[in-house]
Write a protein that binds this ligand. Sequence first.
Ligand SMILES: Nc1ncnc2c1ncn2[C@@H]1O[C@H](COP(=O)(O)OP(=O)(O)OP(=O)(O)O)[C@@H](O)[C@H]1O
Ligand SMILES: [Mg+2]
Length: 299
Amino acid sequence: MPGEFGLAEPDDVPGDEWEELDVSDTDADRIARRQDREFDEFRKRVKDADQLKVEGSVFDEATLAAIYKLVQDGYINAFGGPISTGKEAHVFEALAPEKEVAVKIYRINATDFSQMREYLEGDPRFDGIGSDKKAVVLAWTRKEFANLSRARKAGVRVPETIAVERNVLLMELVGQADERARRLAEVTVENPQTAYEVVREYTRRLYAAGLIHGDLSEYNLIIHEGELYVIDLGQAVTVHHPNARSFLERDCRNVASFFSRQGLSLDPDDLIEYVTDADPDPSSDLSDSPPADPPDRTR
Ligand SMILES: Nc1ncnc2c1ncn2[C@@H]1O[C@H](COP(=O)(O)OP(=O)(O)OP(=O)(O)O)[C@@H](O)[C@H]1O
Ligand SMILES: [Mg+2]
């Protein structure tokens, strides 16, 4: 319902266990090695496609092979333009058989490893992977896929996962190519109190499912037709992670600070308490607040 930020319904709420991440050789690695004639042609076609000539980056052979595999498997019919060019990943639109999808491609060589380290060290899913860049990025991509799937099961509105191939993650495109979903940071939040309560509830559901986002802010919350989506779960860690508490505190501070700027009177500690409370009182940290001032226009 536009403007109401209707909460997603929880599905089969997962516990706080983690899944094993399979980082063995994939078909894409094998295709990259084999480089058959068909793939050669595809590679030329893709390399010539303007859409994939993102500034400063040409994808390596194995990334092209991963995209090729997704095409071969029928997940992608055509590539669209870039949605976002970030430090760690590029996001593109693509056409799937019946819908548009988002393709998130993690960069292997350009990735800033030091930024990932605080999330990797202490995550049992990365034990034994060592410091091989490629292995880490592949595991990171699978981790985002696993985190998104787990979040969705826990009743958090996130893009639906479709497939993962090497460093390429395919998911539901929120919005359409010609009407891109906006980051919360880019829009005028018409009902900040409701939006805050939805973000608070999603953060709590994530936590109850054993996950902490780790980079939660108005930049990783997108909005489309009045619905809020949590995105970018690559770095999300389980509650067992040694830095879990500090990530949670940072996430809550970011959220409280954004919504304070929208006119709400919030204390990040109340948010942390709400999120970590298994059975919270939904009216808890807003009940003492004075009526919210009209929100700042953020556009
Ligand atoms: N499933 C999706 N549907 C629509 N837009 C998306 C989707 N996934 C990502 N985006 C867009 O791409 C941007 C970058 O995605 P994401 O945050 O997952 O990657 P990132 O690695 O954090 O990149 P950045 O460094 O730019 O933040 C998002 O802010 C959003 O605008
Ligand atoms: Mg992001």
